[in-house]
Design a protein around this ligand. Structure first.
Ligand code: ZN
Length: 83
């Protein structure tokens, strides 16, 4: 299922809660985010699907490293966040 990224960014920005799923970068104002290439992705959860935000830097890094390697690089930081 595809998402309307622009509409989603416009919906999320005013909440002030938008952050990159991977690096926790704060979402800029919607127009800026769209220009910069922020992505909104749908993730299927156990019970409900949720959407995540991904900043341009992380998109680029993920494309470069591949999903698996990218997540491996992130995991130490993700663990710190969880603690
Ligand atoms: Zn990021």
């Amino acid at each position: 299922m595809s998402l309307d990224v622009n509409a989603a960014l416009h919906a999320i920005c005013p909440t002030g809660k938008g952050r990159c799923w991977y690096c926790d970068l704060k979402l800029p104002p919607a127009e800026e985010a769209i220009d910069a290439g922020w992505q909104v992705q749908r993730v299927e959860g156990d019970r409900v699907a949720s959407i995540i935000l991904v900043c341009p830097a992380c998109l680029h890094k993920r494309a470069e490293l591949g999903e698996e390697e990218f997540l491996r690089c992130l995991s130490p930081r993700v663990c710190n966040v969880v603690q």
